[in-house]
Structure formats: C-alpha cells, structure tokens
Ligand binder design. Structure first.
Ligand code: COA
Length: 288
C-alpha cells in the first residue's frame, strides 16, 4: 500500500478478548502518522465509556503496528475537541468508580505510548478533553480552542491526570488557577501560557499537526524514544536521577548507527537519512 494513501481503518480489532467495531473513535493513516478522531460531534465529543474503550483498543493496535510512527488525536467537527467526561455517565458514578479511574488509566496508557503523540485541539477541550490533550506530548490548537477544567464546578476534581500533568506543564500557580476557579483559557491565552505550542486557524490545524509529526519523523527514532522516556521519568522523579538517566541514555545513543548517520550528514552538509539505518545498532567503539 503506498505510504501516501489515506486509509480509513474501520476494521475490527481485539478488545479484552472480544471485538470492537470502531464507530466512535475513527482512525486514518497517512505517511506513518495515525490520526484518531473522537466522533460524537452532536455531544461535543464528550468521552463516554465507548470512547474510552475504542481509544484503548486503538492504543493496543497502534502500539503493535510498526507502520505507525506518530499519533495525532483530534475531535470531529469545528466545535469541540472533547468536552470532557460524559456528564450523563458521571451522574451515576460511585466512589468505587472513582478508584477504578478508567479515564485516568486510559490517558496514562496514552502518555506511556511508545510513539510520539500530538493533540490537534479544534474547539472545546474541557475537563477530560483538556486532560486528553495534556496526556499528549505536543498540543496544536486552532484559534477557536478553549481549554478549561470545570470539574470543581461539578463538585469533583480533574482526576484523569489534570492535577498532575497541568502542574508539570504550567507550574503550580497557573494550574491551580485553572483547577480551583474553573477559569477557561482562550486559544491565544493557552498559547501564551505554554499550554499549546502551535496556534493556527481551523483549516491549518491538521496540516500543522502533520507538519509537526513530519518534523519528528525526520529525527533519529531511538533518540526521540529515549528523550520522551527521560522527560516522562524526570517529571515524576528527582532531577539528580533525571540527570543520571540522561547521561546513561546519551551513552547508549553514542553507540547507535542513528547518531553516526546524524553526525556524518551534518559534516557532509546533507540531510540525515535515518530511515537507511532504522533498527541498526552498533554497540562497538566509535573508533571502529
Ligand atoms: N457530557 C455529556 N454531554 C455533553 C457534554 C458532556 N461533557 N458536553 C456537551 N454535551 C452535550 C450537551 O448536553 C448537548 O446535548 P443535547 O443536544 O442532547 O442537549 C450537546 O452536547 C451540545 O452541547 P451544548 O451545551 O448545547 O452546546 P453549547 O455550545 O451551548 O456549549 C459547552 C458547549 C462545551 C460549553 C457545554 O456543552 C459544556 O459546558 N459542556 C460540559 C463541559 C464540562 O463540564 N466538562 C467536564 C465534565 S467532567
């Protein structure tokens, strides 16, 4: 199948030993980039159980699929990315559901995916929608995006990683402002605060996310994977350990064919061809 051919994947996939027909989170692949689209526009793409089930199933598929190098997540339509957890389901939640924390566990899986992830935020990213974007590596937003954590207004807290990942990203003051006041940020404010790092108009949203994906794909795949893991680990651990892990990872990278190709390409004044050394490792002395 040609790389550039856009394929909508509606195939059945295994889920907990059974099968799921994707209807509510759709996947399309192009140039090694899988785009997942939450498809409940009449409900502002609110994340109900079905959305989370299908997202989980896609994550399993994508993790096992060597043809996918980067993942983009977006919402259907021009109004919402994801307007949070489905409040109809929330109304029935009991304390044990809070402990089960299906949304938090799903987003933690997403954050731990072995492939880089980009949220393309095309409207309301509220509550669990904002947290979904926070679980991605990079956020690209259209100028009509709105970010917010309205949970405290519903008598709950953002418990799908919101109290952790937002603090990591913005720091304690701005994060608490959003969490305890329910303050909503416009796309422009979110950009200024560093919550999103690319701001575009609506038509340019997916092309911009695709360009960011392409930029990542041109890098050394092992270096990108290790960088992501170190950043994730350091966010949870102490800086000294982070520095040590960084040194260890660099030592590993110094012995890879990717590093050799990257350095040689620069010295030869050409673009590196990382694809030509994909999967090759040379754990031998640099002088060999
Ligand atoms: N859960 C369930 N349904 C939701 C929803 C959610 N989180 N967000 C929106 N919807 C539904 C609405 O109930 C409505 O359904 P209906 O047409 O059957 O009545 C539909 O989506 C359209 O939403 P509506 O509120 O009419 O659109 P709007 O443009 O006036 O407002 C929002 C959009 C996103 C600002 C508003 O829907 C909202 O505040 N949603 C809840 C956000 C939230 O608190 N999320 C955190 C949950 S923990």
């Amino acid at each position: 199948m040609p790389d550039t051919l856009k394929v909508t994947i509606n195939a059945v996939s295994q889920l907990k030993g059974g099968y799921v027909d994707y209807t509510i989170v759709l996947r399309s692949d192009q140039d090694a980039v899988a785009t997942l689209t939450v498809n409940r526009p009449d409900k502002m793409n609110a994340a109900n159980r079905d959305v989370l089930d299908e997202l989980n199933a896609h994550l399993s598929d994508i993790e096992a699929d060597d043809s996918v190098e980067v993942v983009i997540i977006t919402g259907e339509g021009d109004k919402a990315f994801v307007a949070g957890a489905d409040i109809n389901e929330l109304a029935r939640r009991e304390p044990l559901d809070g402990l089960e924390a299906y949304m938090q566990r799903t987003y933690t899986r997403l954050a731990g995916l072995s492939k880089p992830t980009i949220a393309a935020v095309n409207g309301y990213a509220l509550g669990g929608g904002c947290e979904l974007s926070l679980a991605c590596d990079i956020r690209v937003a259209s100028d009509n995006a709105v970010f917010g954590l309205p949970e405290t207004g519903l008598g709950i807290i953002p418990a799908a990683g919101g109290t952790q990942r937002l603090v990591e990203l913005l720091g304690r003051g701005p994060a608490l402002d959003m969490i305890i006041t329910g303050r909503r940020l416009s796309a422009e404010e979110a950009h200024r605060w560093g919550l999103v790092t690319y701001l575009t108009d609506a038509e340019a949203l997916i092309p911009t996310a695709a360009k960011v994906a392409e930029r990542i794909r041109r890098k050394g795949i092992t270096a990108v994977a290790l960088a992501r893991q170190i950043v994730a680990h350091t966010a949870k651990g102490d800086t000294d350990s982070g520095m040590f892990i960084e040194r260890l990872a660099q030592a590993v990278l110094y012995a890879t064919a990717e590093k050799q190709e990257g350095v040689e390409a620069f010295l030869d004044k050409r673009h590196p061809d990382f694809a030509s050394v994909k999967g090759q490792h040379r754990f031998t002395s640099a002088n060999n």
